[in-house]
Design a binder for this molecule. Sequence first.
Ligand code: GAP
Length: 513
Amino acid sequence: MTQEETFKALVAHCKEYGFIFPSSEIYDGLAAVYDYGQLGAELKNNIKRYWWLAMTRLNENIVGIDSCVFMHPKTWVASGHVAAFNDPLIDNRDSKKRYRADNLIEEYLQKIEEKIEKEVAKGRKRFGESFDEAKFRETNPNILREKAKYDEVHQRYLNAENNNDLAEYKQIILDCGITDPISGTRNWTDVRQFNLMFSTQVSNTGASDDKIYLRPETAQGIFVEYLNVQKTSRMKIPFGIAQIGKAFRNEIVARQFIFRMREFEQMEMEFFCKPGTEMEWFAKWKENRMKWHVNLGMGAENYRFHDHEKLAHYANAATDIEFNFPFGFKELEGIHSRTDFDLGNHQRLSGKKIQYFDPETGETYVPYCVETSIGVDRMVLAVLSHAYEVQPLEGGESRVVLHIPAPVAPVKVAVLPLLKTDERLTSKAQEIVDILKYDVAYQYDEKDSIGRRYRRQDAIGTPFCVTIDHETLEDNCVTIRDRDTMEQVRVPIAEIHDRLVKATSLTNLLRNL
Ligand code: GAP
């Protein structure tokens, strides 16, 4: 299967097994809005719990809050979102489709990169052992030509972005001969700015000052509550405030399943520090967040930092943690050093003093802030896309298995009596359910052959199956089957609780951090 086919199969799998459904499907769905089903909700909650505990329990100086989606409209003036939370959009007159102009150019650049990599792969094949990749890249005429093209377009793109030059975006699209993937034509409109915030009204008078926004990031809820939290928690700088919650963006191009949604969830932490120390904290949080990701066991090679070439107006350092999604390395989490931009602007616009008095030095200042911000849904997609495998088995068969890291798997254990018709087996299985149910998320299943039940559990990523058979009635042992290796071991019932808790608990994952 190609990567695209595998991704399509994953999306279908998520629907078939109750992880993720297109929203309002009975009315043909709503673009870029998805609902989590019974298993998706569990997976998502486990991921959120892993993040929340890593932030608020493993750091004595981080507390968590839960602020509202609706905020005073001035919030978004202070944050810069009213003036500048825009994407450059362009329409194709023939297909009537709308695109992000920057995405069209980025995709064009990505294609050049792919061509270069193909050329390198050809060289490697041709020259075998003696292949000198660095030299090949420096001398191969095809690569040099493509590289020159890339550099020229890339530089123009950066300039257009820096100068917010919409006409230049369009000119690049025309000069590169970028066509609409649907109509195949170059019949483009001019590029326009499009604000991504959704708005609604607080009362029904229809007056323009009734207008409020659905928050496009959770971070501002933290900034406007900074004073309240600092005072009531008696936190001393440096300290952090964490929050998990919904955010809304009217994304122009909403593709790639739950990667880019119009309603999504963020896990954000704002770490307040003394001005001048922010780079030290930025480096610490980069390291800390990468450790959190790698600790899940999805392979360190699947993550990388991508430092921003162009910094947002409020940042003095920024990096993304990118994950190797089925469509390439893409942003999973952003880490920004946001200076005193947000607190400073809220102070100015509200007229309220948002300052910290440092009891040790006697100084008063507006704190600086380092932010870590990750999309819950992107994290769910990272876990599911990494987990999904169609695995060939002996005898020409195959199984679909989700290798979800055990501590975040929606179901940890399946309890399976070998035969549903033997009451001795089913009541023993119920005894096992009673042993496990308070600490381990389980599913009880007695329908169909044991082989089919194993396949069903593999397909939803259950790390362990406990089978109760006739021998159990004699020796009080059960079989525990491992999802990934399919190996089976006999274990005394008295040991299964501790063994399964140890293998699946979030606590042990947190201990490794
Ligand atoms: N407070 C900073 C902030 O919101 P961002 O880079 O715009 O920064 C942070 O968003 C994270 O939120 C991203 O790294 C991504 O994981 C997630 N995210 C952003 N837009 C999203 C969308 N439309 N759908 C799903 N997740 C999104």
